[in-house]
Write a protein that binds this ligand. Structure first.
Ligand code: GLU
Length: 373
C-alpha cells in the first residue's frame, strides 16, 4: 500500500496516447477513460485537487484527416492535433460530467510554464479552476507549437505543471510499470521501486549512455523526474494498462517512486529566493514591512517607491525605507504600472490603470522573507 498518492493534496496525472486511444481505429478507449475518471473522482472525494495532462490529440485526429499509418510530418501532426483535440476534450468532459464534475480544457506551450509573465497567469488561472471545483485537462497546444512535437513532450509538460502548481504528487501513466535496471524483458531487468536522486547510474538504466536507445520513453520520464524532485513533488511511473490504474498504484502495484526530499512550498521558496535574479526594488513603508513580517501580502498602498525596469512576473526585492531587504517575490505589475499604483488603495487600481488587476502588488504565495521586517 502506498500512501504517497492517497495522502497527496494536489495531484497531477499524465496520460499517454497509447492508453487512451485505440491504435487501430483511432478512437477513445471509453471504458478505460471512465475507470480512470472514477479513480480521479475518488481522489477528489478524499479532498485532493486533481489536474490531468492528457495526450492523444494527434492519435485521435490523424485518421479523420486521412493520415493512416506511419510517421507524420510536423505540419501533418499539427493538423491532426487540431482535429483530435476536439474529440479529446469532449471525451474528458463527458466522462467527468457523468460524475457531476466540470472539466476545463487548457492548452499550453512548454513556454507558458517557463516564461515569467505567462507563468503567473497560468498559475492563477489553474488555481481559480481548482477553487471552483473544476478539473483542468491540459495538453500542449500542438497546433501552434513552434518546435517539433515529440512523443514524451507531455511527460515534461506534466512535470512543469506539477512544479508550477506546487503539486505534491505527479503520476505518469504509460505502457510501462516503472524504471528497470536493464531493458525490460532481458534476464537482468529488475524493477526499481524507489529513487531518491537521479544519478548518472539511474540515467544509464534508462538507456542513454549505454546503447543510445531509450526504453519505453524512459529518458523523458527521468527528465520529468528531475523537474518534479527539484520542485519538491513526488513522482511515480506506473502502468496504465489495466482499468483503475490509480487505485492499483495506491494498493501497491509495481511502480517506480521518485521521492522528493523537500516539500513543494520549501522548494518554491528556495526557487524564488535563490534562483531568480531580482530585476528591481519595491521600497515599502513601516506598516507594510510589519504586515509582511506577519505573513501578509504586499498591497500597493504600502509601496513608497519603485526602482528598476521589471516586467510582470519578474522577481523583485522588497526593501525597507532604510534600504535593508525584507523579502523577495514575483511582482504582479510591471514597473510602469507599479509606479502608478504605488501608495494607492487597492480599490483604486482599476480607475488608475484601466483594468482590474491583482489586489496585491506581490502575493504572499509568491513571496519569501529574506531579512528582518
Ligand atoms: N501532445 C501530443 C498529443 O496530444 C502528445 C505528446 C506526448 O504524448 O507526449 O497527441
Amino acid at each position: 500500500m502506498s500512501t504517497r498518492l492517497s495522502k497527496a493534496r494536489r495531484v497531477v496525472v499524465k496520460i499517454g496516447s497509447a492508453l487512451l486511444v485505440e491504435g487501430t481505429t483511432g478512437t477513445v478507449k471509453s471504458p478505460w477513460l471512465d475507470a480512470l475518471v472514477d479513480d480521479l473522482a475518488a481522489l477528489r472525494a478524499r479532498g485532493a485537487e486533481v489536474i490531468a495532462v492528457s495526450s492523444g490529440a494527434i492519435a485521435l485526429g490523424r485518421r479523420t484527416l486521412g493520415f493512416a499509418n506511419g510517421d507524420l510530418r510536423l505540419e501533418e501532426k499539427q493538423a491532426a492535433a487540431a482535429v483530435g483535440q476536439i474529440t479529446l476534450a469532449q471525451a474528458w468532459s463527458e466522462a467527468f460530467r457523468a460524475r457531476k464534475i466540470v472539466a476545463a480544457q487548457v492548452l499550453v506551450t512548454l513556454n507558458d510554464t517557463e516564461e515569467r509573465r505567462r507563468y503567473l497567469n497560468a498559475r492563477a488561472t489553474l488555481t481559480t479552476l481548482l477553487q471552483q471545483g473544476a478539473v483542468p485537462v491540459i495538453n500542449e497546444n500542438d497546433t501552434v507549437a513552434t518546435s517539433e512535437i515529440r512523443y514524451g513532450d507531455n511527460d515534461r509538460l506534466a512535470a512543469r505543471v506539477a512544479s508550477m502548481m506546487s503539486a505534491d504528487c505527479l503520476v505518469l501513466l504509460s505502457d510501462i510499470d516503472g524504471l528497470y535496471t536493464a531493458l525490460p524483458g532481458t534476464p537482468d531487468a529488475r524493477l526499481i521501486p524507489e529513487v531518491t536522486e537521479i544519478t548518472p547510474e539511474i540515467e544509464a538504466m534508462a538507456g542513454r549512455p549505454v546503447s543510445g536507445l531509450g526504453s519505453g520513453g524512459m529518458i523523458t520520464k527521468l527528465e520529468a523526474g528531475k523537474i518534479a524532485l527539484a520542485a519538491g513533488c513526488n513522482m511515480v511511473i506506473g502502468s496504465g494498462h489495466a482499468l483503475n490504474p490509480l487505485c492499483r498504484i495506491e494498493e501497491g502495484a509495481p511502480a517506480t517512486w521518485f521521492v522528493a526530499s523537500a516539500s513543494p512550498l520549501a522548494s518554491r521558496k528556495r526557487w524564488i529566493a535563490g534562483s531568480l535574479v531580482p530585476m528591481g526594488r519595491l521600497i515599502v513603508d513601516q506598516g507594510a514591512a510589519r504586515a509582511l513580517g506577519s505573513g501578509k501580502s504586499l498591497l500597493p498602498a504600502g509601496v513608497k517607491r519603485i526602482e528598476g525596469a521589471f516586467a510582470r512576473g519578474d522577481a523583485v526585492s522588497i526593501v525597507s525605507e532604510g534600504g535593508g531587504e525584507i523579502a523577495r517575490g514575483l511582482v504582479a505589475y510591471d514597473a510602469a504600472e507599479a509606479a502608478r499604483i504605488a501608495g494607492r488603495r487597492t480599490g483604486d487600481i482599476e480607475v488608475i490603470l484601466g483594468f482590474r488587476g491583482r489586489d496585491e502588488m506581490v502575493h504572499r504565495d509568491d513571496m519569501v522573507m529574506t531579512g528582518a521586517a
